[in-house]
Structures are given as structure tokens and as C-alpha cells.
Design a protein around this ligand. Sequence first.
Ligand code: KG4
Ligand code: ZN
Length: 360
Amino acid sequence: MGQTSYTVLALETSCDETAAALIREQRVLSSVLHSQTLHHRYGGVVPELASRAHLQHIVPIVRQALAQAGVEIEAVDAIAVTTHPGLIGSLLVGVNFAKGLALRLRRPLIPVNHLEGHIFSGFLEDPELSFPFLALVVSGGHTALFWVEDLDRIRLIGSTRDDAAGEAFDKSASLLGLGYPGGPAIDRLAAHGNPQAFRLPRALLHESSFDFSFSGLKTALRGLLQQRFPHGVPAELLPDLCASVQAAIVEVLVHKTIRAARLYRAQRLVVAGGVAANSALRRHMQEAAGQLGIRLILPRLHYCLDNAAMIGLVAHEKLRRLGPAAFRCLTITASPTPLRAKPAAARSRPHTLAPSHSAQ
Ligand code: KG4
Ligand code: ZN
């Protein structure tokens, strides 16, 4: 029998988190990250600054991950890295660092799709999770529903046609003068507000597809603010506005996810990505899943946000299934390309997220 347990060093630098983790089997030996706060003053991630910050932090973060795990670099069996999608400059820092390590240590190099990482972060929370399951990935860059039958049988069943859910939170927060990232600020203020105070659009709510659209929400909010509060929003109304924005986003996410769960007769549901940290989304999804009798897996906050443990977990499983010889090629590259929902006719076919490791 081949080796089934490996020690994987995983790197994640697709956006504004520099992250490294050590994984052995499904066990996280360490998972450390540096969140780049330098972007806050610009109201969004500045790609060039993000790449430079990754360069600055990648060595200390990798050292910290090794030290926390108590693992010497020579004891690492394979290197894993996020190759796509993401900011190209940011991805390239992680990919080139991983290549250098793999070359120096003569170890396999495993490319991982960032979205696969989020989807399989459910296993970090619940190692007993089994296939098939429905996965909703909601973050600053992605909003997508997947039907997951196996590691290499992931079907994209719907995604956003414009803004991602996290983007909708961030842009609404910006209109309300709450700074960046806006999701946590809206979540905090909404706790004291009335979600029915202001009526905001729920796009595509009753459309039969599982696609989402959030760009109309910020336009509606901008119009409402200009019309009702041309001289600025009174502070006492901020909680009601935040609760109304949050309700508009959460209602669509829960409604579409539960409809997909019914259609696919899902027994298990994973909700992952930064927006999965939202307290209203967690509460409403929990209620809806409970009513339907399905198990909801909500990774803890550290595993909802971008992290390298989820990348290492996917890589470990690929290595276990395919063996190290499948990952000897060092010609992997990075790609910024986001996923797009396939046309309806193509959706019945299983869709693999992972490109060939030797591709491009
Ligand atoms: O997964 P993530 O860390 O990075 C991306 O891949 O985008 O997600 C970041 C996003 C941001 O848009 C942020 O506003 C949102 O997740 N977010 C939240 C909350 N915490 C983070 N949105 C709503 N409520 C929260 N509590
Ligand atoms: Zn992410």
C-alpha cells in the first residue's frame, strides 16, 4: 500500500491575506496568517500594495507556521499553493515562493483552486463530513453555489452575475461612511436595527436559476440616501439602514441555497468564505436548514476567512489519492480568472474546478 499520511506545507496569497499552514492527514498542525490592514484607508484592496506586502510577510509567516507546528522544513513532504483565482500579482508571490521551495527541497508541488479550498473548509470544521453536499461560497470576490459529489466532481450550479455578496456589504458600508471592510461594521450595527425599516431590492429572488445579482442593491441604497438624506445619514438611523442592507443580502442567499438544497435533496450544507462570518446569515441559515432537516456546517471564523489550512487540506487529499509522482512538474502558473456559471444547458455535467497541475 502507498503512503497515506503526508506533511503538507500550504501557502495562500490570492488576495490580502498572507497565509501558511502545516497539515498532516486532516489535522491542522498550524495555520497562521497576516491580514493586510494597509488597504483600509483606500476603501478596498490595492493590488500592487498587496503583492508587495506578501513579499514582505511570506518568509516570517512560513517560519511561524513551521515553528508552531514543531516541524522542520526538511520534514515537509509536499508544498501546496493557491494558483487561482485571485489578484495576479498576489498569486505570483505565493506560487513563485512555493516553486522555489519545491525545487530546493525536491518535493512535489500541488496547485490548488482557492474556491476548492473554501468548499472543503467544511472538513476542517467537521472531519466526519461526507459527500455529496451543497456548498455556498460567499466572500468579497465570490458568490457561488456548488453541488459537491467528490473532490474532482464539483458542479457549479449558480454564481453572481455582478457583485459578490461581500462586495455588496463593502460597497453599502462605503456609501454609509463605515469604512473598509464593511461587512463586519454592518453586522455590528445591524444588531441594533430594524431589518424592515427600509425596503431594498432582492434581485433574482424568484427566478428559477441559482444565480445571484447584488449590484442593484448599492444603486438602490445610493438613490435612497440621496433622496431621503441629502445632507448625510443621521447617526441614529445607521442601525436600521445596516439591518435593512444585511436583510436584503441574507434573504437572497438563504432563499436560493435552501431551494437548491431541496432540488438536490441535500443532506449536508457547507457555508464558507468571509461573509459566512455574518451573524444574521449564520442564524437564518441555521433556522432554514433545521426546518429542512439538513446538517449545516459553518466553519469557525478563522477557516471562513482566507487561510492556508483549507488549501493544505485539499492538497493532502489530492496527494493521498494520486501519489507524489503526479505532482513533480514545476511549471504550474497563476491565473486571475474567476469562475463563471456555465450556461443552463451545460450545468447537468459535472464540472471540475481544478485545472491540470501541468497545465499552461
Ligand atoms: O473570504 P474573504 O476573507 O476574502 C475574499 O476572498 O474575499 O472575505 C472577505 C469579505 C469582505 O467583503 C468582508 O466585508 C466580508 O467578507 N465579511 C463579512 C463579515 N466578515 C467579513 N460580511 C458580512 N458580515 C461579516 N461579519
Ligand atoms: Zn476567499
